[in-house]
Design a protein around this ligand. Structure first.
Ligand SMILES: [Zn+2]
Length: 108
């Protein structure tokens, strides 16, 4: 679990995946979704991300995926999901660190 993020940051994270879980694609309840670190915290240290990069690494996720993903990469986890569920998971969201920047983090 992580410290609470401001509502407007949560909203932007939610919008990045159009309200879907960034891994399995399930629709997320707007007031009750979890936020995952796409690149696991354990690997983040080596990357020396900027504050922006750190925020970009957040991914909206359903509770199940957040619990199950663990320290795997998004690609590994999606592959695992596809293999175990047979579900054809669309890549709703580009993998790795998204190019979509979270805007105006510093304006208030
Ligand atoms: Zn999910």
């Amino acid at each position: 679990m992580m410290a609470l993020l401001p509502a407007r940051i949560r909203e932007q994270i939610f919008k990045k995946t159009n309200g879907r879980c960034g891994y399995c694609g399930d629709w997320l309840p707007v007031f009750d979704f979890t936020i995952d670190h796409m690149i696991p915290k354990s690997k983040l240290k080596q990357l020396r991300l900027t504050r922006q990069g750190y925020y970009n690494n957040f991914m909206a996720a359903c509770f199940k995926c957040n619990q199950r993903k663990g320290p795997t990469t998004p690609e590994e986890y999606r592959k695992h999901l596809q293999e175990t569920t047979g579900k054809d998971i669309e890549f709703y969201f580009e993998s790795g660190i998204p190019s979509l920047a979270i805007q105006d983090l510093n304006d208030g």
